[in-house]
Design a protein. Sequence first.
Length: 372
Amino acid sequence: MSNVVQLTFPARSQGRAARRAALLDRFACERRSQDDVFWLKENAEVLNILESTGQTLASGDLPAGALAPYEEIYATLEKRLGFFPQYYRFYLSIALDLEALGMPGGKAERMVHWAATEGLAEAELSDLQRAEARRLMLRRGIDPTGSAAESQALSARLTRFISRPATFMVPNKKAAYELTHIVFYLSEYGRKITQLTRSAEESLNFAGTLAYLDLNADLLAEICVAMRYAGMTPPDIWEDWLSRETNGFTVDPWEGAMAHDGYHEFLVSNWALATSGRQEAFCQTVPEGRVAFHAAPRAVAPLRRMSQCLLEMDGARSSDWTRMEGVICEALADDAAIAHLTRATRACTDFETFFAGFARAEQLAPTQRALA
């Protein structure tokens, strides 16, 4: 990193733009080595969020020199892409967002053309990854799907997946994150008006209800952003809770090896704040040197205890919320958890339908032994 100009901003002088510049510096230079794939992941995420929320050099949200920590990596992006084509989506994302944020140069277009010529998107097995590749390359006018018909077919398959609300009535974090990312890609991160099906809107509503019941700010933040990109308004209850949790984050000096921390939740929660416009995002002071991101302690989430209660009831459980509410509240046996559940029922636009799926009262009949 000898050629990188590292910016430091004493805590007492950190204004809005300086905090964002300090944040970029810590991700670019302090937390991980550029040879670490997790460096690619973290930096692609922070750059994408700043770009998606319009926090650029031109807007004044980033001060002059804020992108200096990325000058060395930007200069070598083409070489790195050629040697590590398996990470092409990370490299394209970083190049495209750096240029959108204000980095001078035209590497992203050359990289997109090379990735398309090499057919890198053809190595993707997942529709979700193909959709991300399409979204990235279309920023420079290239659709890697090969034809309008295949591109439409890809969008149709993605829409079919998110238009099955039953998938999102039971805890399945992988499916829920795929739901949010599909909305991100179809809407081009809010740039394109996307009319979701009514069923897809229900999917977001139910996935958000589960995330709220699980006290999962990371997932709930992504769901709130996806809703706004789809022209929906997230429930105030969800966004009020997210605001409190985001304000409770601390950015702390960190020594030794970089351990798992709450950096992703910190980023996406602030993304949700910025997208909602409810309050300023990224308000935490960023210390010098290596930093870690820590959320405030949380109570035990009611979701697991609700599931356990239903499982133990076996055949006695019902899909009727009015019959099950008292049983579940008794199982929670905690005023704070019951109050959180009550807020969840108010925030969900159709909690009774959600609970009918969540209860899983319809069971497979036992296999009958064939008569001899």
